[in-house]
Ligand binder design. Structure first.
Ligand code: SAM
Ligand code: SF4
Length: 326
């Protein structure tokens, strides 16, 4: 299905929970978070029905996210149920990695294709500063478990903050030299959090530091992905570096996605607060055709673009990243 700006929409990001075992500075306040109640979040049966209906409207790629998707009980069985629909060609999950040592093998067996893991720094103190309560050893073990389980290609998400050091860049260079992983640097967006963590280097500085430390020029790499990252490769590397630039270089013209929040709202654009309630009609007995209509209206509501930029100041958004589903 195409939206009003001639973009093909085939990718759905599904938030299965707003809860998380971390409190990243750019995503959640450390305490006092008001969680959705059990009654407010969509059940797995409801989520499955929506994915089924939406897949008949052209959704082929589904990413499970949150909050932290691995804290929701029954996630492995849910992955298996989505896979069993038979219509989703690429089923992936974004995670902070801390619970992957426990779940990676079972997720792979259930049919999950691959994972993206958030890892902003490998320094234990820096990691704690970003996540407030996370242990970097757990996430590193999670990366290892994902590679061993074959949840590949593994992608690492690195939000640019002051926690990113030259030692981190050396670690990431070593990883891409040894493994076919993608390390993606992401500009931080104004989507909630506790603050107290300064911005890090900009994308140009990261590229320069990677070339200096990697002893070579970054060459464009032809990696086909579902997302907005543009990929580059250092000489003699198995893996790649990606750069995701929602602020310095918009990629709205290539946007291919919708988001479904844990409380059942279709969100046409991450950076616009417009949402379409599907939970109320779903629970009031909507037919598949009614739900498909809501999907079509969300696709047509996709704006042409957003206006975030370095100098315009931040408009502020009604919901945090963890509530929308990053
Ligand atoms: N808990 C999982 C995780 O951290 O990977 C999945 C949910 S998280 C909201 C999804 C992604 O959004 C993560 O890679 C996270 O780093 C990123 N993210 C969260 N807040 C962000 C922000 N304000 N700007 C840019 N990326 C952000
Ligand atoms: Fe949790 Fe992910 Fe948000 Fe960090 S970015 S607080 S891990 S949902």
């Amino acid at each position: 299905m195409h939206d009003g700006h001639d973009r093909a929409i085939h990718y759905l990001r599904v938030s299965v929970t707003d809860r998380c075992n971390f409190r990243c500075a750019y995503c959640m306040p450390p305490r006092g978070v008001k969680w959705l109640t059990r009654a407010e979040i969509l059940t797995y049966e409801e989520l499955l029905r929506l994915i089924d209906v939406f897949s008949r409207q052209g959704i082929r790629n589904v990413r499970l996210t949150g909050g932290e998707p691995l804290v929701r009980k029954g996630i492995v069985e849910f992955v298996a149920a989505v896979k069993k629909l038979g219509t989703i060609e690429d089923l992936s999950l974004t995670t902070n990695g801390s619970l992957l040592p426990r779940y990676a093998t079972a997720l792979k067996a259930a049919g999950l294709d691959r994972v993206n893991i958030s890892l902003d720094t490998v320094d234990p103190a820096g990691f704690m500063k970003v996540t407030y309560c996370g242990r970097v050893e757990d996430t590193l073990q999670g990366v290892k478990s994902a590679l061993e389980a074959g949840l590949t290609p593994v992608k690492l998400n690195v939000v640019l903050t002051e926690a990113l050091s030259t030692a981190d860049l050396a670690f990431f260079i070593d990883q891409v030299q040894r493994y076919p992983i993608a390390v993606r640097f992401i500009e931080r967006m104004p989507l909630g959090g506790r603050g107290g963590l300064a911005s890090g280097p900009d994308i140009a500085a990261v590229k320069r530091l990677l070339e200096e430390a990697g002893h070579g020029r970054l060459e464009p790499a032809a990696i086909k992905g579902n997302g907005p990252a543009r990929y580059w490769r250092l000489p003699k590397s198995l893996g790649t570096f990606g750069f995701i630039t929602p602020i310095s270089e918009h990629f709205c013209n290539a946007c291919n996605r919708l988001r479904l929040t844990a409380d059942g709202r279709l969100r046409p654009c991450l950076l616009s607060d417009r949402e379409i309630d599907v939970r109320t009609p779903l629970r009031a007995g909507a037919s598949d055709a009614d739900l498909a209509e809501l999907f079509i209206s969300a696709v047509s509501a996709k704006p042409q673009g957003h206006s975030l930029c370095r100098t315009s100041g931040y408009p502020g958004f009604g919901r945090r990243m963890s509530q929308i589903g990053g």
